[in-house]
Design a binder for this molecule. Structure first.
Ligand code: GAR
Length: 217
């Protein structure tokens, strides 16, 4: 039985689209049952519909600061669709600790930096200002702190002296699309487990790849 997944978005939805594409493969162990946006104008909604995935708007704005009331509307939608796993994909709304605890171990997020570096807003700008030579993306289990939690997978890219936030985010996005589907696949087949604050993966081997940056000459 394929695991039933909801993807939560607020915007463009490129990670959502990559997950939908991956899940369309017959042997993928999860199905994207539902896409939920907290914003009615999220561009990702149209992409999901075009792929034949059911969409729902649960607007957060009318709830104002009442996060718990928004989450109870969200939870009813998740219950109605018998959702087992949640993937946050550019979902720009913080959850209460209670909602996070309820979904602990079953809710993934992706962030465009090598966490724990550069959580929060403008991670690409943060990376450029710090002058790091490698950055990347992280898929992690969601905990109450923003952009933190047991790390499932990371992918790294070089950062060049000529990079802008735009060029860096474009390069990292490619990695995001690869590692999010692989992380979901591993979670769906039960190959990842949380031990304390750390996530371990059954059957994983050292990839043996090195990434060195910069390279001169
Ligand atoms: C992605 O880069 C994702 O990693 C980031 O928002 C973007 C959404 O793009 N998420 C965060 O910064 C979470 N803190 P998308 O809508 O095209 O997937």
């Amino acid at each position: 039985m394929k695991r039933r997944v909801a993807i939560l978005i607020s915007g463009r939805g490129s990670n959502m689209a990559a997950l939908i594409r991956a899940a369309a493969q017959a042997d993928f162990p999860a199905e994207i049952t539902l896409v939920i946006s907290n914003r009615p104008d999220a561009a990702g909604l149209g992409k999901a519909r075009a792929s034949g995935v059911e969409t729902l708007v649960v607007e957060s704005k009318p709830f104002g600061k009442d996060r718990a009331a928004f989450e109870s509307a969200l939870q009813s939608a998740l219950d109605r669709h018998r959702i087992e796993l949640i993937c946050l994909a550019g979902f720009m709304r913080l959850f209460t600790a209670e909602f996070v605890r309820r979904w602990y171990g079953r809710m993934l997020n992706i962030h465009p930096s090598l966490l724990p570096s550069f959580p929060g807003l403008d991670p690409h700008g943060q990376a450029l200002r710090a002058g790091v030579k490698l950055s990347g993306a992280t898929v992690h289990f969601v905990i109450p702190e923003t952009d933190a939690g047991p790390i499932v997978m990371q992918g790294a890219v070089p950062v060049s002296d000529h990079d802008t936030s735009d060029t860096l985010s474009e390069r990292i996005l490619e990695v995001e699309h690869r590692i999010y589907q692989e992380s979901l696949r591993l979670l769906a087949i039960g190959k990842v487990r949380i031990e304390g604050d750390v996530c371990k993966t059954t059957g994983s081997t050292d990839s043996g790849n090195f990434l060195i940056s910069p390279v001169v000459g």
